[in-house]
Design a protein around this ligand. Structure first.
Ligand code: AMP
Ligand code: ZN
Length: 479
């Protein structure tokens, strides 16, 4: 079976088909950097991390974009309260977000566009929507999108006209708009915006972008410039973004380009505390820093997250965390055992290569589980089954090439989940550097520049990284 994913647009599990394989463009709505991200946010970023790793494992060439929302109502309010300019407020939280990301072993996106740095793209997009007659200037000087002019409105969130009308009555005190359902693309500047530096000149009036506009403008700018396309392969977030955020992103983008905005929409369920969504607003949140302080390492948190399917709610409890810690430790111990046995018994008797067979089966099982709409709980269950069976084989004295094969497979599978306990994990900066160097070496080898390839091998060795080329790719480890 090939990769199948649940597409919110159709409410069905569908074969995944990118526009121009092997390339996959993936846009994930990033954090609003008015404060630290909480571990609920990170649950979503971890589901997206697994998706990315699995796509890469499956041979896709992923280009991952994650935006940073550094201007919106919350950011402006927080900056004004702190007596700071926008950048002064957001810069430390951007840095903290990257630190937390590395702590949680989330692969960095290829680009992190920031809203404040894409004003030209946003102004151009609004201008285009005005020219096409889909947007208009309201009586209050803001620019709105007329959703009546976009017939596809409501398709993603499956809102029908009746529900939209109910919404209309609730919001009907907003007289500035032609239709209460319309949303702001560009908000006219007020005194607080000026005070914090959230105001830009535009042909349609001095103002600032609406939150929805930011994602449309930045994603279209990134894929348009790089690949000459206007359609994303994947667009992800948690379920709270389906409406209105993603519905509005679709309306703005498609009304401007005439092309489908994203082929597949994926939405993760919430991290809850006692059944309530973890949220800054409810005060029931923990940050990645809190985890670190409590001695919870990334392997434990990742195990916890991946033991629940991304479309199922996950309740955060001490018991669940404790079970995840034990699981992560067991995997770490098993890896250590394999490594020791690998050194000792490389020349030992090959007991019919049962271990190698088990490992190959594991790899096929994990791939099949993840191909089935990222069924990570099933995939991890297979990993634990394998550990039990393989420990049995090792107890019975299995050795030889089977151990080496098992270690290679296990490392590959762990590369997908990155759930091994802390101490045994390579520092994220080193891991990033190694990946970058290996990619450079691959390029050198592809263009037959073997001198450069050897030089990179030496460069890696100088930092204690040993590499081995196998049919399944280059294996590396720190010695
Ligand atoms: P924000 O920083 O509020 O823009 O949110 C960043 C991402 O975290 C978005 O994809 C949200 O949908 C997601 N998110 C917010 N709260 C939770 C939660 N409790 N569980 C899972 N994802 C969440
Ligand atoms: Zn977004």
């Amino acid at each position: 079976m090939s990769l199948h994913l649940f597409n919110t647009l159709t409410r069905q599990v569908e074969p995944f088909a990118p526009l121009e394989p092997p390339r996959v463009t993936m846009y994930t709505c990033g954090p609003t950097v008015w404060n630290f991200a909480h571990i609920g946010n990170f649950r979503t970023f971890l589901f997206e991390d697994l998706l990315r790793r699995h796509l890469e494992w499956s041979g896709y060439d992923v280009f991952h974009i994650m935006n940073l929302t550094d201007v919106d109502d919350r950011v402006i309010k927080a900056a004004a309260a702190a007596g700071k300019r926008l950048a002064e407020l957001t810069e430390p939280f951007v840095r903290a977000f990257f630190e937390d990301r590395d702590f949680l072993r989330i692969k960095p996106a290829h680009v992190y566009p920031r809203a404040t740095q894409y004003m030209t793209a946003m102004i151009t997009l609004v201008q285009r929507l005005l020219e096409r007659g889909v947007a208009y200037r309201g009586e209050d000087g803001s620019v709105y999108l007329a959703i009546a002019k976009f017939p596809g409105y409501g398709r993603l969130s499956q809102l029908d006209r009746r529900q939209l009308k109910v919404g209309a009555r609730v919001a009907s005190d907003e007289y500035a708009k032609d239709d209460p359902r319309d949303f702001a693309l560009w908000k006219k500047t007020d005194a607080v915006d000026e005070q914090v530096g959230a105001a830009w000149d535009a042909p349609f009036g001095r103002g600032r972008p609406g939150w929805h506009l930011e994602c449309s403008a930045m994603s279209l700018a990134e894929i348009g410039e790089r690949f000459g396309v206007q359609t994303l392969d994947l667009h992800c977030g948690a379920i709270d973004l389906i409406f209105p955020h993603h519905e509005n992103e679709i309306a703005q983008s498609e009304a401007a380009t005439g092309q489908p905005f994203a082929r597949t929409w994926l939405h993760g369920a919430f991290l809850n505390v006692k059944g309530t969504k973890m949220s800054k607003r409810y005060g029931n949140f923990l940050t990645a820093r809190d985890l670190q302080e409590q001695g919870v390492d990334a392997g434990t948190f990742r195990t916890l997250v991946y033991q629940t399917h991304y479309r199922q709610p996950l309740d955060y409890t001490d018991e669940a965390l404790d079970a995840a810690r034990k699981g992560s430790l067991r995997l770490g111990e098993f890896r250590e055992r394999l490594e020791n046995e690998d050194g000792r018994r490389r020349t030992g008797a090959d007991a019919g290569d049962r271990l190698g067979d088990l490992a190959r089966q594991l790899e096929a099982d994990v791939r099949a589980a993840l191909d089935d709409d990222l069924d990570s709980p099933n995939a991890l269950a297979r990993v634990f089954d394998f550990v039990r069976a393989a420990n049995g084989e090792l107890d019975r004295g299995a050795g030889g090439s089977g151990v080496a094969a098992a270690l290679a497979v296990f490392d590959r599978v762990m590369g997908l989940f990155a759930v091994l306990p802390g101490g045994r994990q390579v520092a994220p900066e080193l891991e990033r550097w190694v990946h970058e160097r290996l990619a450079a070496r691959d390029r050198a080898r592809k263009s037959k520049d073997f001198k450069e390839a050897d030089r990179i091998r030496d460069e890696l060795k100088a930092r204690g990284v040993e590499i081995e080329d196998t049919p399944a790719g280059t294996r590396w480890r720190v010695v």
